[in-house]
Design a protein around this ligand. Structure first.
Ligand code: IPE
Length: 260
């Protein structure tokens, strides 16, 4: 089984509020279809980030430290609605390409506690997979036992699901070719990165609004995934170059492998 994340940087224009990259999504959908045609035995779960939808709304409402007031709950709804608008676009584009995707937005069934997932029932997703369907999750805002609501990145959702579903590979597709030795200078893509190397490289933030922390945080999250699931191949690569996603799904070693 493969878990594939379509990063917010890849499927939205992060410099423009609520702008989806429809053309890119259509191409990615085609590449996924081609890979599945070549290897029909691939089981796939897809998650997508929120880019200029959820991140922009969350930055505006500043609800990362907990939600109490009516106004803050309005903010939660705005973030949820923005994330959901992108989800609708992604779902429709993949469905139009003939992919058998089913929607599982974490806000509908996951609960967190101070930002960490407390429960996430997986039976519907298991059944969808068993029926040959492609479950779709997303970065989302969920009800939280400790702080009212919390934003969960796609990586967090995938980490939880991976513990239960045991994929062989987790592919994180963004717009960067992989993890660079120096970022944002984009100096040399590293074929592998491990937790003890992270001190030696320079990763600074994101290019634009990112409430879950930008490039440095994404690498940390990927490292956390790898640490939690040492037997899983975790890879950060670019879905922006045509053909890459199809190649990655078929097993090519693109981008940077993340090792705990
Ligand atoms: C963020 O999800 C979710 C919200 C802001 C609602 P991700 O952290 O997975 O999204 P990207 O890939 O950075 O856009």
């Amino acid at each position: 089984m493969i878990f594939l994340k379509l990063g917010g940087s890849l499927i939205t224009d992060k410099s423009q509020r609520e702008t989806a990259q429809i053309g890119i999504l259509q191409r990615l959908a085609k590449e996924i279809s081609e890979a599945l045609r070549a290897k029909p035995e691939i089981q796939l779960l897809i998650g997508h980030g929120s880019g200029s939808f959820g991140h922009t709304a969350a930055a505006e409402f500043g609800i990362l430290d907990g939600v109490k007031t009516k106004e803050e709950w309005r903010g939660v709804r705005e973030v949820w609605a923005a994330a959901n608008r992108l989800h609708r676009i992604v779902m429709d584009t993949l469905l139009e390409a003939g992919l058998p995707v089913f929607s599982f937005p974490p806000s509908a069934f996951a609960i967190s506690n101070h930002g960490e997932i407390a429960t996430l029932p997986d039976e519907p997703i298991r059944r969808a997979l068993k029926a040959g369907q492609i479950p779709m999750v997303q970065g989302d805002i969920v009800f939280d036992r400790g702080q009212g609501a919390a934003i969960l990145s796609t990586e967090k959702v995938m980490a939880r699901l991976a513990k239960k579903l045991r994929p062989q590979r987790i592919l994180l597709a963004g717009i960067e070719e992989g993890v660079y030795e120096r970022y944002p200078a984009r100096d040399r893509v590293m074929p592998e990165i491990s937790a003890d190397q992270i001190e030696d490289i320079q990763l600074e933030g994101a290019d634009s609004t990112d409430v879950t922390g930008g490039m440095a945080h994404k690498v940390e999250q990927a490292l956390a995934l790898a640490a939690l699931l040492p037997e899983v191949e975790v890879r950060i690569f670019s879905g922006a170059s045509p053909g890459n996603l199809q190649g990655a799904l078929l097993g090519y070693a693109l981008g940077t492998r993340v090792i705990a």
